[in-house]
Design a protein around this ligand. Structure first.
Ligand code: NAD
Length: 256
């Protein structure tokens, strides 16, 4: 499959899952717009080695104004967005009664509202060009809960619901919208949760094994490469009738 001539925007792609997905899309021939915090030079080099056009915009997607800037940049520099991967996300773990209000607001703004705003901004161009893919990186936490993750679970369930609506609203077009629901992937977001266990005195190797054993029957991490390949499938002709789905890729987490 070739995605030559398509432009992909992957939010939160300076590290972790987003970077893996950006690499897969560039490997298939797409031009890629990266987004995310921190020094983007390593991500630009890694994604750029495939020879397609790569850009980076550091918009903070918790701000609607900066989201507008990102889409104006995509239009001006790349001619619009054909493949939108809503991936940027953050986590905070605390019981509901102690959940910091500022963390609740930040998680809902980035993990849910930004998905709505970017979809709203991307769809007109996709409809006009008569082809598009909206792929939301939700989570198993879009389908089940876990203690301490009120904001994250609420936001991810919201993303799965939003995905169904956009999937229906685009159902008769060549635009599709789907969610991917990963289990544990070893990225900075999850490493922080492993580090919390290490800080409480658990051996590092054991902390990783305990984390997996509690939820993920395979006892193995999903990788950004696995997720990149699933994104490519959803972009393919064979994926064109997958619509409004919440596709788990979770080592068996949701089968329990
Ligand atoms: P990560 O922390 O490695 O990467 C997050 C990316 O988002 C980074 O590029 C960061 O710069 C960017 N980012 C953070 N705040 C931002 C903001 N306000 N505006 C723009 N960009 C911002 O995390 P990850 O594990 O790769 O997670 C990526 C997505 O996958 C998230 O939506 C997460 O909820 C989801 N997910 C992760 C796992 C996992 O086990 N790691 C499992 C299921 C779902």
């Amino acid at each position: 499959m070739s995605l030559a001539g398509k432009v992909a925007l992957v939010t939160g792609s300076t590290s972790g899952i987003g970077l893996g997905i950006a690499q897969a899309l560039a490997g298939a021939g797409a031009d890629v717009i990266l987004n995310g915090f921190g020094d983007a030079s390593a991500a630009l080099a890694e994604v750029g080695r495939h020879g397609t056009r790569v850009g980076h915009h550091a918009a903070d997607l918790g701000s609607v104004e900066q989201l507008n800037d990102l889409f104006a940049y995509a239009e001006r520099e790349f001619g619009g967005v054909d493949i939108l991967v809503n991936n940027a996300g953050i986590q905070h773990v605390a019981p509901v009664e102690a959940f910091p209000m500022e963390r609740w607001d930040a998680i809902i703004a980035l993990n849910l509202s930004a998905v709505f705003h970017s979809t709203r901004l991307a769809l007109p161009g996709m409809r006009q060009r008569n082809w598009g893919r909206v792929i939301n990186i939700a989570s198993v936490h879009g389908q089940v809960g876990s203690v301490g993750k009120a904001a994250y679970v609420a936001a991810k369930h919201g993303v799965v619901g939003l995905t169904k609506v956009v999937g229906l609203e685009t159902a008769t077009s060549n635009v599709t919208c789907n969610a991917i629901c990963p289990g544990w992937v070893l990225t900075p977001l999850v490493q922080k949760q492993i580090d919390d266990r290490i800080a409480s005195g658990v051996d590092p190797q054991q902390a990783q094994q305990d984390l997996l054993a509690e939820k993920q029957p395979s006892h193995a991490f999903v990788t950004p490469q696995h997720l990149g390949e699933l994104v490519l499938f959803l972009c393919s002709e064979a994926g064109s009738q997958v619509r409004g789905a919440a596709w788990n890729i979770d080592g068996g987490w949701l089968a329990q």
